[in-house]
Design a protein around this ligand. Sequence first.
Ligand code: HEM
Length: 209
Amino acid sequence: MKLSTFIPTLLAPAALAQAPAPYTDAKSGITFNTFTDTKTGYFFGLALPANSTGTDFIATIGGKGTGWSGVSLGGDMKNKLLIVAWPNGQNILSSFRKTAQFGSPAVATGAFTQSTIANGTYVNSTHWTYTFLCSKCITTDKTTFGAADTTVSLGYALNSVAPTQKTSAASAINKHSTEGKYTTDLSKARSANFDTWKAYAAAPVVFKA
Ligand code: HEM
């Protein structure tokens, strides 16, 4: 095979997922370092405080259509803290999940909480997006990236088909139709505006298992 035909073959999969880049949500004004899977419209964006000692972050997760989007805060699916979200009409449901097996991850409970940022949470004709303050979500038990880490691996997963009980945040989850991992530089998610954006958050969402 000629080198010129070999190289595009090798590069092809990378073209489907875009390296994290800054994205400012038009409604909330929050800037996230955002990974986008251009093939499906999945995205996950992260905003962090300027210093690297906190346990909180702001995130936006979303996609196109009515299926679910998920993130692994530790990269792998198993034994890492996962977050899943999906639209239900004009609302968006979300929960923490964790599993030791490749199967529908159970709702996870702990000190971590999600608080909706309403001005960054909506469903429109092109996509849906859920923006939230994730408090105590950066842990030291290796189930998530660490506060002082620089380059980390995050996992993404989605299915364009909604979970069977999409009106319940604790629904079983159907397996992803697309999943993978990407590396991201946490320093690119840091912002001096973090505390201003954090103040947009409502009271923590209470999850029922
Ligand atoms: C019934 C539900 C699920 C099943 C059966 C399942 C199964 C699997 C399997 C078998 C793999 C290995 C790759 C493959 O062979 O496909 C995998 C990878 C992965 N899954 Fe899931 N999964 C489920 C739900 C989820 C959810 C809800 C998330 C995220 C919130 C998630 C995140 C990931 C990620 C990030 C990977 C790639 C990294 C890795 O291999 O650990 N999965 N899953």
